[in-house]
Design a protein around this ligand. Structure first.
Ligand SMILES: [Zn+2]
Ligand SMILES: [Zn+2]
Length: 156
């Protein structure tokens, strides 16, 4: 748990750059990611693809510009299920991030973020959900308008 909260450049945390830089690691601790910006948006995705790959009912995702998510230690492999390439630790298999081709974005697995940085704002692809989640966040059928979707919500 200590490691997940570690901050690069901790000598003087005054500058914005140093506050934004966060190191996160996989479950075995061999692979390290460096994040050098705030996330653009965070959400839970209920799509078939995320469920098939994660083995869970939904996936927590924090979207970052690709160039602010770097593998700085360890070994990874990238595997594509259907269309979305996802990168994992080559030892423990922890899902680190997915990068839709040509998007310029990396969707980092939200549960790897320090708790203080994990701030999901809504749920997406809820029309595919297998488990209703009763929380105070908006539950979009597909995507919010800000992400090019219908902005329609489901009733749970
Ligand atoms: Zn690992
Ligand atoms: Zn998804």
């Amino acid at each position: 748990m200590e490691k997940r909260n570690s901050v690069f450049g901790a000598k003087s945390p005054q500058t914005e750059r140093e506050v934004n830089d966060v190191a996160i690691d996989c479950r075995c601790g061999r692979t390290l990611l460096q994040l050098t910006s705030e996330s653009i948006v965070q959400f839970y995705c209920h799509c078939d693809d995320c469920r098939a790959v994660s083995g869970g009912a939904f996936s927590p995702i924090a979207l970052f510009p690709s160039d602010s998510v770097s593998v700085v230690g360890g070994e990874t492999f990238t595997w594509t299920y259907k269309t979305l390439p996802r990168t994992r630790c080559s030892v423990c298999g922890t899902l680190l991030f997915g990068e839709p081709k040509g998007s310029g974005m990396r969707g980092v697995s939200g549960f790897l973020l320090p708790l203080s940085r994990f701030r999901p704002m809504f749920h997406i692809r809820c029309s595919s959900a297998v488990l209703a989640v009763d929380d105070a966040l908006p539950h979009f059928k597909d995507l919010p308008a800000s992400m090019g979707g219908s902005d329609e919500k489901v009733g749970w």
